[in-house]
Design a protein around this ligand. Structure first.
Ligand code: FSO
Ligand code: SF4
Length: 547
């Protein structure tokens, strides 16, 4: 097995025996075999596109199944066996269409002609062999291999966002075409280092477009988020917990639980759902938030007195104590967990009705969310004025993923030490390190603002661009520092978007990606000033000196 795609990779080098996330070597081989199949599908899709043949099923399938290979999404081997079969069927269907109108069209050998074995053990062996072949290329050029992995992992991030955007009827053929191109490129050995750098930056551009689509889907369907207070303690009664990023799935559940007396609680990345008028105001039983970030789920799910819906990553291997009340959805899977089909939540709702729910209230605290681009930019004038009057000295975007490493306390300490004349914008699950801190206000402007989920990096960028516009400067000239935490592959895509936009001096932690070679990191440091986090004190001092 060889997997380096996430921040918790074993010893910071790579998972070779067993995934630190719980992924088995067999599952890893099947995921790699699926990616090989998708590379072949990508090659055929590109050739077909040259003749005007576009197969939307193949486009959507590629994104959905790439998403399934992202960290902590799908642990069910059978899902991948089915996906591989379907990838080959879609590829061969496209080939037939292509050959019917252009018999002269050339399709490369390799992934595009690959035939999967029959039988699970044989498929796993095929996956292992192909993985070995892929890794053996690392020795030829370590930096190109590093960029290949960067592209592959970033692509998984795009695929996740494209999947969510499509659920909200937002699609762009440019995104799908790029996914096929990037997948097909992974099969090529003739690209130079510069070609791979260009492809990685193009990936950043396409991810920006994909996050824009998702933003349009979320805000177009549910309205622009508004600052909203969210209770952290429960109310007495039956309860369902919803985790992940999928607002559409949450909406379906809210519709099906209306007038049942069941309260719906958000977990992890679902917290910002409370800010959307089309969810919170329309469905008052979307009550509060429960728990913190994904890595605490085994403890938090065990204590939750109702069923749990996992809409996206990050699913951890479920404990026996709550396994019988966790449901998966979409690309998420675990072998023994029930999977929601056709948005029918009846079985999950029945479990909620049969469980006691909360019998007493607890924590009386609230947190605020909903400071997305519309809310923040609507007070851009006041913000600019506060900066001009010296009331606000600096903005810190402290965003990204959370994770289990103790070194992630850096982010808590940093936010605690941010001087009182500075404002913190945050997004994604990394915020759970400090989301409940009361940082107060500066002239009515909150000092801690939750912009939303990781995909709302799009919204944060619009805020930065809006402020730059109001000040008449470039984003890099704003009194703004980006201090990011990464864990999985959506964060890779977002980082490439920031680099594509030319954002400088980003600080990244808690550790640098294992798949980035020293030379590639050196290149990014030189061109963009990308750096690893150091200590909160040193980083704060360095950021504030810039203003
Ligand atoms: Fe966190 Fe997981 Fe949103 Fe990620 S829940 S780690 S970047 O999936 O997607 O922030
Ligand atoms: Fe290891 Fe992360 Fe890959 Fe899981 S996803 S096998 S933890 S590198």
């Amino acid at each position: 097995m060889y997997c380096t795609q996430c921040e918790q990779t074993s010893r910071g080098e790579g998972c070779y025996q067993w995934g630190a996330c719980g992924k088995s070597p067999e599952l890893d081989a099947l995921q790699d075999l699926l990616i090989h199949s998708l590379r072949g599908l990508g090659q055929v899709a590109i050739a077909a596109r040259d003749y005007g043949i576009i197969d939307r099923d193949a486009d959507r399938f590629s994104c959905e199944t790439l998403f399934a290979t992202l960290t902590n999404v799908n642990f069910d081997p059978q899902s991948f066996v089915n996906y591989i079969d379907r990838a080959i069927a879609l590829r061969d269907g496209l080939k037939q269409q292509l050959q019917a109108i252009a018999p002269q069209a050339t399709i490369p050998e390799g992934a595009a002609t690959f035939q999967p074995a029959t039988g699970l053990d044989e498929l796993i062996q095929q996956g292992r062999d192909l993985e070995y072949e892929f890794i053996s290329k690392a020795a030829i050029d370590v930096d190109i291999f590093s960029l290949k992995l960067t592209v592959l992992y970033g692509l998984k991030g795009i695929a996740a966002y494209a999947y969510h955007a499509r659920e909200l009827s937002q699609e762009d053929d440019r995104v799908y075409a790029f996914c096929h191109e990037a997948l097909a490129a992974l099969d090529r050995n003739d690209l130079t280092l510069d070609d791979w750098v260009d492809l990685a930056l193009k990936l950043g551009e396409i991810n920006l477009r994909t996050m824009e689509l998702l933003d349009a889907g979320n805000t177009g369907t549910y309205g622009h988020p508004v600052p909203t207070a969210v209770p952290l303690g429960p109310r007495v009664g039956k309860a369902i917990l919803v985790s992940g990023h999928d607002l559409k799935a949450l909406e379906h559940l809210l519709q099906q639980t209306e007038a049942t007396g069941i309260s719906i609680y958000t977990h992890g990345e679902m917290l910002p759902a409370h800010g959307y008028p089309g969810l919170k105001q329309k469905y008052p039983h979307l009550y509060g938030h429960y728990g913190t970030a994904w890595q605490n789920q085994t403890k938090e799910f065990a204590a939750f007195p109702g069923p749990i819906l996992m809409t996206t990553n990050c699913l951890m291997p479920p404990h026996e104590s709550y396994k019988n009340r966790v449901y998966t959805l979409g690309p998420v899977g675990w072998p023994d967990l029930p999977h929601i089909k056709n948005d029918d939540f009846a079985a999950l709702i029945a479990i909620a009705q049969n469980l006691p729910g909360f019998t007493e209230t607890g924590d009386s605290r609230q947190v605020m969310t909903g400071f997305a681009r519309n809310a923040v930019l609507s007070v851009a004038g006041e913000v600019v004025e506060a900066v001009k009057q010296g009331k606000i000295r600096h903005f810190f975007l402290v965003g990204g993923c959370d994770g289990a490493k103790p070194t992630r306390n850096y982010y808590t300490e940093l936010v605690e030490k941010v001087p009182s004349d500075c404002v913190v914008l945050t997004l994604a699950c990394g915020k759970f390190r400090f989301f409940d801190k009361d940082l107060g206000e500066i002239g009515g402007i909150p000092r801690l603002m939750d912009v939303g989920q990781c995909n709302d990096a799009y919204s944060a960028l619009q805020i930065a661009l809006g402020l730059a516009n109001a000040f008449g400067v470039e984003v890099n000239q704003l009194p703004l520092s980006m201090i990011l935490s990464w864990y999985e592959q959506k964060a890779v895509a977002i980082l490439l978007t920031l680099l594509y936009l030319g954002i400088e001096n980003i600080r990244l932690g808690p550790t640098l990606p294992a798949f980035i070679s020293p030379n590639v990191f050196g290149l990014l440091s030189k061109k963009y000033g990308l750096k690893a986090i150091s200590t909160p004190d040193e980083d704060l001092a360095a950021c504030l000196e810039l203003t």
